[in-house]
Design a protein. Structure first.
Length: 348
């Protein structure tokens, strides 16, 4: 619901409530109690009109000026003067302008009756003030909550954009290093790799700028990346890849798995020892699963081929995009590094 729609719906509630109050005499009838005459209905109207004066004076003026600014004394004093003025004005109108029977002047009443009249009406108007405070406070709370949520959404989107801006250079940095290594081995294949990289960068810079992409597009991007990485691997590195042959168009956040695959190629291969990488991504029962296992050959501190921010960024993105809907575990055990990511694609 937009702010304008919310505003109009609020005023519609006000109008409905007052219409019910002003129309009550038209519904409260019986054979021994006919409809009010014009003068009787006019006398009745003075009461809800006085309620409106007290209610909206508080709603638009006293609550915002004094109660919201924590000037409780002035708020109570202002209401005391307001209620006293309304009650006195109503009493004078009933007694001298619109008496029950205009042909007979009103008889004097004991002062005790007047005190009871003022006290009873004061309590009634205090309830009206309480209703005005409750409604205005509730409306203010909803506005503050909506503003807070909008601010939180903007902050989250800004942080996500910042993380993606960090991810793209990280991805490009690692990939260019791989192509640089390939140039020394086979220039023709390096040229083809540059062509493949241009297609991948188009995806990273343009398609992945959307909040979500079809799973099929993300899988195709990963397939191209893996093939690009295969080119420079030594023969003793065994790579097993299992990707969906016909991925669904299910929307997913872009570039979720690239950090895991990058790490597998970077830390899972050796130039002189047998190595392996196993990549398995599949969708089943509304859950997207990525499991990567690789041999573990940690790089030394002097290796500057990457910044090491991939997994940290991925963890942050998952917390913001799929809160309470994912599990992400990774670590090394027995010489094998395993990364497992499960995402529930649909909220329940």
């Amino acid at each position: 619901m937009t702010a304008l729609q919310s505003k109009y719906s609020g005023w519609l509630i006000h109008l409905t409530a007052w219409a019910v109050i002003f129309g009550m005499p038209l519904f409260v009838t019986s054979p021994d109690r006919p409809l009010m005459t014009g003068s009787e209905y006019l006398r009745f109207l003075l009461v809800p009109l006085s309620f409106m004066v007290v209610f909206y004076t508080n709603y638009f003026l006293l609550i915002e000026r004094y109660l919201f600014t924590r000037q409780t004394g002035r708020f109570l004093g202002g209401n005391a003067l307001l209620i006293a003025a309304v009650i006195v004005g109503l009493h004078l109108l009933f007694r001298y302008v619109l008496p029950p029977d205009a042909q007979h002047p009103p008889l004097p009443r004991p002062w005790q009756d007047s005190v009871r009249f003022f006290a009873g009406n004061a309590a009634l108007y205090l309830l009206v003030v309480g209703a005005g405070v409750a409604i205005r406070m509730t409306g203010g709370w909803y506005k503050a909550e909506a503003a807070r949520q909008e601010l939180e959404h903007s902050r989250t989107q800004a942080e996500l954009q910042n993380l993606k801006s960090q991810l793209n250079p990280h991805f490009l940095f690692n990939t260019l290093n791989n192509i640089y290594s390939l140039i020394q081995i086979d220039a023709d294949r390096a040229q083809q790799a540059v062509h493949d990289l241009s297609r991948m960068l188009r995806y990273v810079l343009y398609e992945s700028s959307c909040p979500t992409v079809p799973l099929a597009a993300e899988v195709e991007f990963l397939r191209d990346y893996i093939e690009l990485m295969r080119i420079r691997l030594p023969r003793h590195v065994e790579v097993g890849v299992s990707l969906p042959e016909e991925p669904s168009p299910t929307p997913v956040a872009p570039l979720l798995f690239i950090s895991l695959i990058e790490n597998a190629f970077k830390h899972g291969t050796s130039n002189d020892r047998p190595s392996f990488i196993r990549i398995n991504i599949h969708e089943r029962d509304g859950e997207l699963v990525c499991r990567i296992r690789n041999s573990c050959f940690p790089k030394t501190a002097s290796d500057r081929s990457g910044s090491g921010i991939g997994l940290k960024n991925l963890s942050k993105r998952l917390e913001m995009i799929y809160p309470q809907r994912h599990t992400f575990e990774y670590g090394e055990r027995g010489g094998t590094y395993t990364a497992s990511l499960r995402i529930k694609l649909h909220e329940r």
